[in-house]
Design a protein around this ligand. Structure first.
Ligand code: ATP
Ligand code: MG
Length: 398
């Protein structure tokens, strides 16, 4: 066939950077050649296409096969994302399974059990379909800031191998009348067209409109749009809403979610596991981890993450310091992360800290543990404590 070598070269260079459209056109050409009896030429295009498909499948940018239980088209890196018509900012971000967190967030056993049950429903999609049941399709995750809510939603998607369409609701708000509702509508139609988890992060942003008396009409419109869209997505996909301020959510919106999970701040046991996991490859004694979780009690997982990041640096740069000394520095530099009461105990004196630790029955610190934390020998700590007792006796005239 005349000039086929040029056509073949053209196809080869186009396929070095293949898009779905290019592959489609080369396939069309191959079929047309086949139909016209140019078997040899069609075969050579077949070889080209096969080699492209192989590298395309292996490239890290290529998404894994999505979960079969969801309706819609498969999202690809080329899928155009809808934008705000006024500002041209994308209404969402697409995150493919390979880019989602693979480390599970750590919660108490009860919360983990609840999450596992949602995952289990999705993993058994077909079994449930056989009895005309379906997994929970909408889930509201709420709780204090920094407790791992967004991380959890993304990790769920990773577990189910489904890409996430992540929209921060405040990003959809527009100062132009009617545009917020239009953005919400466009976002939902986009999410419902593809196999994905729609993650509505910072879900309470809508409630902020309420504080503005001039926005009464607009908020009604926006809430109605949200309700309608949540309703029509009910049968189509999986939606996760995430919020810090669940009380600000309209009760009608709240009711739309089949499952609602409260993420509490970590208990000290969870905090200890969280700290030792995040510290890796640095390894601390069990005693030291216990002390860290005592110090940061009441803080969030995000605070624990900050503490660990800081400690890793401090360990390398100030290796001669005891863990108590390091934590004192951290407490002064992070007044918002360590409760005032604990901060005062920490920075005041070794004696006060020793007593506070010994008196906290939940942690069962022994005197020898505390000596190790302070970087002194047990006998010198015990001498120090008895000296203080003596002074107190004299002061109080016992
Ligand atoms: N329970 C946890 N287990 C593991 N990591 C956690 C946990 N809580 C927080 N983190 C870590 O802290 C950081 C912040 O978490 P994330 O953004 O998920 O919190 P959030 O609850 O969504 O916070 P916000 O309410 O501010 O949006 C992340 O790096 C996350 O991995
Ligand atoms: Mg978040």
């Amino acid at each position: 066939m005349e000039h086929f070598n040029i056509i073949q070269a053209l196809c080869r260079s186009a396929l070095t950077n293949p898009s779905d459209a290019i592959i489609h056109q080369v396939e069309r050409l191959k079929e047309a050649l086949e139909k016209d009896g140019h078997k040899k030429e069609a075969k050579s295009l077949s070889v080209l296409l096969n080699s492209v498909n192989k590298t395309f499948d292996m490239a890290p940018s290529r998404i894994q096969r999505s979960f079969s239980g969801l309706k819609g088209e498969e999202l690809t890196y080329k899928t155009p994302i809808p934008v705000d018509k006024e500002t041209a900012t994308p209404l969402a971000e697409i995150i493919f399974p390979n880019d989602l967190p693979s480390e599970p967030p750590l919660f108490s056993a009860n919360v983990e059990m609840a999450i596992e049950s949602i995952l289990n429903e999705w993993r058994n999609f077909d079994k449930l379909s056989n009895i005309e049941a379906h997994p929970s399709r909408s889930c509201l995750v709420y709780g204090a800031p920094g407790t791992g809510k967004t991380h959890l939603a993304l990790w769920i998607a990773r577990q189910l191998n489904i890409p996430v369409v992540l929209a921060r609701l405040d990003g959809l708000m527009s100062s132009f009348l009617g545009t917020t509702s239009r953005n919400i509508g466009n976002l939902f139609s986009f999410a419902s067209k593809y196999q994905c988890i729609l993650l509505l992060d910072e879900f309470d942003a809508i409630a902020k409109l309420r504080n503005d008396p001039q926005e009464v009409g607009e908020i009604k419109r926006v809430v109605n749009t949200l309700l309608q869209n949540l309703d029509s997505r009910k049968e189509l996909g999986f939606t996760i809403g995430v919020t810090n301020h669940e009380s600000l959510l309209d009760p009608a919106i709240w009711r739309r979610f089949e499952v609602q999970i409260e993420i509490p701040k970590p208990s000290y046991e969870v905090m200890a596991t969280l700290i030792s996991k995040k510290l890796s490859p640095l390894e601390l004694e069990e005693n030291e981890i216990k002390f860290l979780s005592w110090s940061i009690e009441g803080a969030s997982g995000a605070d624990a993450e900050m503490l660990v990041k800081w400690l890793k640096k401090a360990y390398v740069l100030n290796s001669e310091n005891s863990i108590v000394d390091l934590l004192r520095k951290f407490a002064i530099l992070n007044t918002g992360r360590i409760e005032l009461k604990k901060r005062n105990i920490l920075v005041h004196s070794d004696e006060e800290l020793t007593h506070a630790l010994l008196d906290d029955n939940r942690f069962s610190f022994k005197q020898k543990d505390i000596a190790q934390l302070l970087g002194v020998t047990p006998s010198s700590l015990s001498k120090q404590l008895s000296k203080i007792k003596e002074t107190e006796k004299i002061n109080y005239g016992e």
